[in-house]
Ligand binder design. Structure first.
Ligand code: CA2
Length: 142
């Protein structure tokens, strides 16, 4: 069956536990359930992973992304500075959709710039968990 990799970066394990006014009240486990339900409805498999470590995220992508339809990634703060993650995404040469739960363009200036987005087909920001579902819909058609 076709597979998509869904990866979440540093601090997203805190979803639902801190800053609910920005990130909502649903947890990372709720996000995983939402993503798995959407994947099921699209007839695709999903590998879901979160890490607070840049190196672990890169290792995970290098091992699990090849051969999949593509990558849904919320690199969290790594979006704003990680050239290592950018290089990793570029090297994988797969369709990438970058997702941000919050609207990074309506917040602090530093959040407006994403270095990883350059390796992405598209970016969805500000639509909460729905952004992940839309990204899956896009990749399922690839
Ligand atoms: O809006 C997003 O999805 C972000 O990628 C989230 C990152 C932030 O650095 C980006 O600028 C935008 C932060 C992830 C931290 O997540 C938390 C979740 C709940 C409570 C505290 C942090």
């Amino acid at each position: 069956m076709s597979r998509v990799v869904v990866v979440n970066g540093p601090n997203l394990n805190l979803l639902g536990k801190r800053e609910p006014e920005i990130y909502g009240t649903r947890t990372l486990q709720d996000l995983e359930s939402t993503v798995r339900a959407k994947a099921r409805s699209l007839g695709i498999d999903v590998d879901f992973f979160q890490s607070n470590s840049e190196g672990e995220l890169i290792e995970y992508l290098q091992v699990h992304a090849p051969g999949t339809l593509g990558i849904v990634i919320n690199p969290a703060a790594l979006s704003h500075y990680s050239l290592a993650l950018y290089d990793c995404l570029q090297a994988l040469a797969l369709p990438v959709v970058e997702v941000h739960i919050s609207n990074i363009h309506a917040r602090e200036e530093f959040r407006s710039r994403s270095v990883t987005a350059r390796a992405a087909r598209g970016v969805i920001a500000g639509l909460g968990f729905a952004g992940y579902e839309m990204a899956l819909e896009y990749l399922a058609k690839q």
